[in-house]
Design a protein around this ligand. Structure first.
Ligand code: UDP
Ligand code: MG
Length: 318
């Protein structure tokens, strides 16, 4: 059995060597043939030079895909899957937060359990700040409620899948890629195992608060049209409320001759409805914008160069 380890790297010059060594150590004498697929996601810190040197000096099969600019982790995962040659494919970060030994365990599990197509690791305990953990948990709960797909609390991209599942993921050619949703959407049977994320080997996280919010937002827009329906519901609800109030006003006027004083009420209602309308238009615009981007059918990534590993080259000769 061949296993491909796909590692997206963005400014990980200080980590890739250690990552390579950790993988080699974990897989030493395990009986699994394996290759490493590094995707340099437009790094500006010499990651590519490090990867190139690794590829030349390492006895392992190493493929390096170098992007023409930073396209984001989701695109890097896609490129990695495309270049992976193994029957099993593992997605793992290049910062050593996720132990390579676990990837081997995942592959062994797939070997022994035919009915599963994927093994994913979830963090039983998160080591991030309390606010981050709380927001992430809220996001998973919300997604489970408003989308048809299922998200497991704490599940990361760290997973090993069979080729059939990797192929299925590749067949989804959308530009706006929310991998966690895609993994769930394609189906297949996934087994979850707990793990504890370690500290980053070097450097700091590339996913700051703003980027996480953007990712969450993209995930919602990609996997549910519920916000559009909510806007419609709000419209129906406010129209009904207006109708009821209109009846009240007519009865007051005709029955008791009460003149309804209403400057303040009017201003509040106008502002409230104006706000709702703008919100609805914003939501609509968001979906329209995504449709616009998708309709251009631009590639998910552009590679500046691809250095194929030994495994890929052997495959060509056959
Ligand atoms: N990454 C990437 N492109 C990006 C941002 C991140 O390829 O635009 C890679 C990064 O190099 C790392 C992985 O994605 O290997 C996870 O990123 P990070 O460790 O910053 O995220 P965290 O572990 O904090 O969620
Ligand atoms: Mg990390």
């Amino acid at each position: 059995m061949h296993l491909s380890l796909v590692m997206p790297c963005y400014n990980e010059a200080a980590n890739v060597e250690a990552m390579h060594d950790a993988v080699a150590a974990a897989f030493e004498g395990c009986g699994f043939a394996y290759e490493m697929v590094f995707v340099d996601d437009g790094s500006g810190d010499g990651t590519f030079a490090k990867l190139k040197a690794l590829r030349e000096n390492s006895p392992q099969s190493i493929t390096v895909v170098r992007f023409s600019r930073n396209f984001g982790k989701e695109s890097a995962i896609y490129a990695g899957l495309r270049h992976a040659r193994g029957e099993y494919v593992t997605l793992i970060d290049a910062d050593l937060q996720q132990p390579p030994a676990l990837a081997l365990e995942m592959a062994r599990f797939l070997d022994d359990n035919d009915e599963f197509d994927c093994v994913a690791a979830f963090q039983a305990q998160r080591s991030e700040g309390k606010a981050t953990v709380f927001l992430k948990n809220c996001f998973y709960k919300l997604m489970n409620r408003i989308t048809e797909i299922e998200f497991v609390q704490g599940a990361s991209d760290f997973r090993t899948m069979r080729r059939s599942m990797a192929q299925a993921i590749l067949s989804l050619g959308e530009h706006n890629r929310f991998s966690k949703g895609i993994f769930s959407w394609v189906g297949f049977r996934t087994h979850y195992i707990p793990y504890k994320a370690g500290e980053r080997h070097a450097g700091s996280t590339k996913f700051g608060t703003r980027k996480l919010f953007k990712l969450a937002f993209d995930g919602i827009v990609s996997f549910t049209t519920m916000p559009l329906r909510l806007a419609a519901f709000a419209g129906v609800f406010s129209a009904l409320a207006a109708l009821v109030y209109m009846l009240v006003v007519i009865v007051q006027k005709l029955g008791w001759g009460i003149d309804v004083p209403g400057y303040a009420t009017l201003v509040v209602v106008i502002l409230f409805l104006g706000g709702l309308q703008l919100l609805g238009m914003g939501v609509l615009g968001e979906y329209l914008a995504k449709t616009y981007v998708e309709s251009k059918r631009r590639p998910i990534y552009l590679a500046r160069e691809v250095l194929e590993g030994k495994l890929a080259e052997e495959g060509k000769e056959e």
